[in-house]
Design a protein around this ligand. Structure first.
Ligand SMILES: *[C@@H]1O[C@H](CO)[C@@H](O)[C@H](O)[C@H]1NC(C)=O
Length: 186
């Protein structure tokens, strides 16, 4: 596995540049009730996202598994310029009363970023949101539509987008992630 420090570092940059900040504090979306972390584990493909500086490639996916110390091993990968790139991070449940509100960090020098599961049926789709307040004056956010398969019906994607919008999350800049030609040899 090739670990790219530059890629890890890139996870800090979005806070500084590239993202279009929104005025006001983060929205407070509702999250998946009775979230079951065990069922959430495994492989998720990224179907669509809000633009993020650290994601440039295609075939983006994340694999969640549990480590012996109960932390969550988070392995994200993408294909960029014909090369498979992987990055490993750590996920934690920060508050047992809110198990759907995970924190993920891709380097021990970085703080945990929010990784909230807004809704999931565990077997088809998951809606994930991450928002960081900056002085409560504005906020920078990320959103992902994940699926257990590389593609989803258009209507399912539209419904997911509406769920975000109903939680006051602006999805007008949502872009689809390319998931074509991913399983053949590079
Ligand atoms: C996901 O991670 C688990 C645990 O490390 C591993 O056994 C499995 O092969 C991985 N799956 C994929 C698709 O990478």
């Amino acid at each position: 596995m090739k670990f790219s420090f530059a890629l890890a570092f890139a996870f800090v940059l979005p806070l500084i540049k590239a993202q279009v900040p929104h005025w006001g504090p983060c929205p407070e979306p509702s999250v998946q009730p009775a979230f079951n972390l065990k069922q959430f584990m495994g492989r998720w493909f990224e179907i669509a996202r809000l633009p993020a500086q650290f994601e440039k490639g295609r075939c983006i996916e994340t694999n969640f598994s549990s480590r012996a110390d109960k932390s969550i091993r988070v392995v994200s990968s993408e294909i960029l310029k014909g090369e498979l790139r992987k990055i490993e991070g750590t996920g934690v449940v920060e508050d047992m009363k809110n198990p759907a509100k995970l924190g993920i960090s891709y380097s021990y020098v970085l703080p945990y970023s929010p990784y909230w599961i807004l809704s999931t049926d565990y077997v088809n789709t998951a809606l994930v949101y991450s928002c960081t307040d900056i002085l409560r004056l504005f906020h920078v956010d990320f959103a992902w539509i994940l699926a257990r398969t590389r593609t989803l019906p258009e209507a399912t994607v539209e419904k997911a987008r509406e769920t975000f919008e109903n939680n006051n999350i602006d999805m007008t800049r949502m872009i689809a992630t390319k998931q074509q030609g991913c399983d053949k040899d590079l």
